[in-house]
Design a protein around this ligand. Structure first.
Ligand SMILES: Cc1cc2nc3c(=O)[nH]c(=O)nc-3n(C[C@H](O)[C@H](O)[C@H](O)COP(=O)(O)O)c2cc1C
Length: 424
């Protein structure tokens, strides 16, 4: 420890000891006592886990948020423990969940100087659609568990910031209603179920509604041990059945079939809402069944990226489901280059899982991502303040991304390339 900080630390220890000591009553030590309140409080835990820990410190208005983490504890206060636990949970030891954040520390930016960045264009074009920002809304099911406006609030916030939005099959709002609220096309995330016919029926419905792209989730095939959810659920004193079995809870867990995207679809052949029997042949079959673009969500290796190209996919979303798939320990930012190199520019490669800062976004764009998705951050905003919370989360991410681009000396997303990033 350098001398000055060692001295500071020992002075701090002395002051801490004195604060609990009767010695302070001595007149000669009164001056020191005045210093005690100025001693810095212990550093907060890493914001990847929590923002302010004290309830009285919580932001009261979305405008007060300094970063996206400020919303999480507000959501925690507002939302039932079981619902918060479902959102926060990873799998098992949550190694992948942590890795998604920690891996960003392994990459640093290489900013370039003396470029005119007084005008910056953060827009991107994906499949012919232009968005104001490379940041997109990753699909998350059951948004009404966090706020009564649910996915409608999210869609309206996406509209306000002109963000690409993906709606989950298990949303508590139909694809038709989400498209209306977004005021433009919304991608449809597909959980194909164990019945190929049901998967195709869901896609056809989304296509009819005007959705241009189906994001087929390929990374959820097994049961999962969501320990944070299970532990927090035990602390929830409400009677879950009241909502979940009455349908008010959107058919969550108890009966998924009540989710609105399944309306009118014959589910009698569905053994499971997961797709443990899905193979590459299914992607071919889907290709032949729809004119929608097909993006595979959850690809994590060069081998599968190559197979995705071979089987007619139009895009790839590198994702580990926000650490909710398998506890592999591998962050998506560590996967991105492998997939981008395998694809060789033949398809757009998107990425999500663990993105919380503009610099995270810029690193991924420089490494070749066509867009960067967020899941939990907008749910924090939703659970904290509804639509204005989601809007502010997205705004903060836009502000940070724009600033990081300017600092790197680039005027638009296309100017970013791998030379702007190095691995430590
Ligand atoms: C509460 C929650 C629900 C989710 N639901 C779905 C879903 O229904 N379908 C899906 O493909 N991904 C789902 N995901 C994964 C997200 O699409 C996304 O990959 C992930 O949240 C990104 O990581 P992040 O939360 O760290 O930003 C869900 C994630 C969360 C946190």
């Amino acid at each position: 420890m350098p001398y000055s900080s060692a001295r500071f630390a020992s002075r701090r220890r002395l002051l801490k000891w004195l604060s609990g000591s009767p010695l302070l009553a001595w007149p000669g030590l009164a001056g020191l006592a005045a210093e005690i309140p100025q001693v810095a409080p212990p550093k907060r835990p890493d914001p990847m886990i929590w923002g302010p820990g004290e309830l009285q410190d919580l932001i009261k208005d979305p405008k007060d948020a300094i970063n996206v983490f400020d919303f999480e504890p507000v959501m925690r206060r507002n939302v039932p423990p079981a619902h918060f636990g479902y959102m926060a949970s990873g799998i098992d030891d949550e190694i992948t969940l942590r890795a998604n954040r920690e891996a960003f520390l392994k990459y640093y930016l290489r900013p370039r100087r003396l470029n005119d960045v007084s005008k910056v264009d953060t827009s991107v074009e994906i499949f012919g659609f232009k968005y104001g920002s490379p940041i997109f809304i990753s699909p998350t099911g059951g948004n009404k568990a966090y706020h009564p406006d649910g996915e409608l609030a999210v869609a309206r916030a996406a509209r306000a910031g002109n963000h690409l939005e993906m709606l989950a099959t298990g949303a508590t709002t139909s694809i038709e209603a989400a498209i209306e609220a977004r005021g433009g096309p919304v991608w449809f995330q597909l959980y194909a179920t164990s019945s190929p016919e049901v998967g195709i029926a869901l896609v056809k419905r989304a296509e009819k509604a005007g959705s241009p792209v189906v994001a087929v989730t390929v990374d959820r095939v097994a049961g999962r041990n969501q320990e944070t959810l299970f532990r927090l659920r035990r602390t929830d004193t409400r009677n879950c059945k009241d909502c979940h079995e009455s349908g008010q809870g959107g058919g969550a867990s108890g009966d998924r079939s009540r989710r609105p995207n399944y309306d009118g679809i014959d589910l009698s052949q569905v053994r499971s809402f997961q797709s443990d029997n899905m193979t590459w042949d299914y992607i071919r079959r889907l290709r032949d069944s729809t004119s929608m673009k097909i993006v595979l969500k959850g690809i994590l290796t060069a081998e599968d990226a190559t197979l995705a190209v071979k089987h007619g996919a139009d895009g790839i979303l590198v994702s580990n489901h926000g650490g909710r798939g398998e506890d592999s320990g591998r962050a998506t930012i560590d996967v991105l280059t492998e997939v981008v190199e395998a694809v060789k520019g033949r398809l757009p490669v998107l990425v999500d899982s663990g993105f919380r800062r503009g610099t995270d976004v810029v690193k991924a764009l420089a490494m070749g991502a066509a867009g960067v998705g967020v899941g939990r951050p907008y749910l924090w905003g939703l659970g904290a303040f509804g639509q204005p919370g989601v809007e502010r989360v997205l705004e903060l991410l836009r502000i940070e991304t724009r600033a990081a681009m300017q600092q790197c000396g680039v005027r638009n997303v296309k100017e970013l390339n791998p030379s702007f990033v190095r691995r430590v």
